[in-house]
Design a protein around this ligand. Sequence first.
Ligand code: IMP
Length: 436
Amino acid sequence: MIIVIIGAQWGDEGKGKVVDLLADRFDIVSRYQGGHNAGHSVYVGDKAFVLRLLPSGIIHEGKICVLGNGMVIDPKAFFEEVDQMAAQGIEITPERLKVSSRAHLIMPYHRALDHTSEERLGNEKIGTTLRGIGPAYEDKAGRRGIRVSDALVPELLKSRIERNLAEANRVIVLYGREPLRSDEIYEEISALAERLRPFVCETSHFLSEAKKVNKKILLEGAQATLLDVDHGTYPYVTSSNPTAGGAAVGAGIPPHHITGVLGIVRTYATRVGEGPFPTEMLEDEEPVAQLIRERGNEFGSVTKRPRRCGWFDAVATRYAAELNGFNSMALTKIDVLDTLDEIKVCVGYEINGERIDTFPAVSLDLRQIKPVYETLPGWKSETLGITELADLPANARKYVDFLSESVDVEIGLISTGPERDQTIILRDSVMEGWFK
Ligand code: IMP
C-alpha cells in the first residue's frame, strides 16, 4: 500500500503531526520533492522536534525513511539535522535512512543566488526561504545540476563546481557580493559527500522491492498544493511539484502503485511570504488574525516569521482536492477556533462582479478576487484534546461537516491539539481503512 500525504493549502497545515501519527502504521516514509525550505515541529511527550529535511517518520524507531530523487538536498543542512536528532536521542543510521543517488545537491552558491534573485525582484520578490531551493531546481532543469551520485566522484564534483561557480559568481558579483571560492566549496562538499556515501541508495528500486513484499509506504509531500510550480499561485510558488503527480516522479514509482491520497487541511488558512491570498484577514479582521496567530502558533518553526492568516477557502481547497484526487482529508487545528463567535468560510469568488467557483490561473485575477463568504456560528467551548467525534460541540461538528461538503471529500481525521493522542479518527472513513 502506498499513500501520499499532501498539504491542501499554502503549507503549514500540520502535516508533520499527521505523518508522525500515521508513520506508526507504515514501514517506510519517503519524501519526494523540496528540500529544507521550512521546518515543521512534531511534539512527542515533552520533546519538540523540528524537522526540515528528514521525513517525520524518522522519530519512530524501526521505520525506514527515504529522501527521494525529486528532492534538493543541502548536505550541510542534512548533517546538521542528523546531528541534532542524535543529540535528542534519535540515532540515524544508513539502515534507517536512504538518500537517492539521483537527488540534486543544494550548493553554497545556490543560497547566494536565492538572495540575489530576491534582491533583483525588489517589491515583486517571492519571499522565498532563502535556502537555495529555487536556484538548485533551476540548475536541475538547466541540466547542469550536481546530483548526489556526481558528488561521490571527486574529479567530477570538482569540475562541475568550477564550471557552475564561474557562472554563478558573475551574478553574485553583479549584485555587489563577494565571489565564492571553488576550492573552498569543493573541500566542504567533498567531505560532506564522503559522510553521505553510506546513506546513498537507488531509492526507486528500494521502494519497488519494498512494495513487492507488501511493505506499507507513506509518501510525505512538503510545502503544499498552492505552492506547486505548475498548479500553485505562480510565480509565488516553490520550484517543485508537491501535488500527487509529483509524488510518482519524485519518489520514482509508477503512478498506479499509489493506493490513495490524503489531503491535510487546516480549519483556517495561512500563507508565508508574498503572493495572492484571497481570504486573508486584513484591516478590521487583523485582531482575528492576531488571535489565530497566537492560539495556533502561526510563526515559522525556524525563521519565526509571522504567517499571514485567513479564513478557510473552500474554492482553493476544492481545487486542491481535484488536482490531487484526495480520497480523504485530515482536518487540523480545530481547537484554535474555539473562542470565535463566528467563523467565515469562502464558498465562491467574485471577480469584477462576476461569480466564479473555480480557482483562476492569473495572479492578477487572484488579487482582485472578492471572496463570497458563508458565516457559521462558533462553538465557544474547548475542543482541545477531544478524541471522540461525539464529544465535539454541535457547532464544531456542523463546521466540520460544512467544510467536508463544500470540498466534497470526506474528513477522516480531526486533530484537536499538537500531541499524537489529541486526535479523532472517524469510524468507517476511507482513511480509517488505510491506517488500521
Ligand atoms: P522557496 O521554496 O524557498 O523557494 O519559497 C517559495 C515560496 O514557498 C515562499 O513563499 C515560501 O514562503 C513558501 N514556502 C516554502 N516552503 C514552505 C513551507 O514548508 N511552508 C510554507 N511555505 C513555504
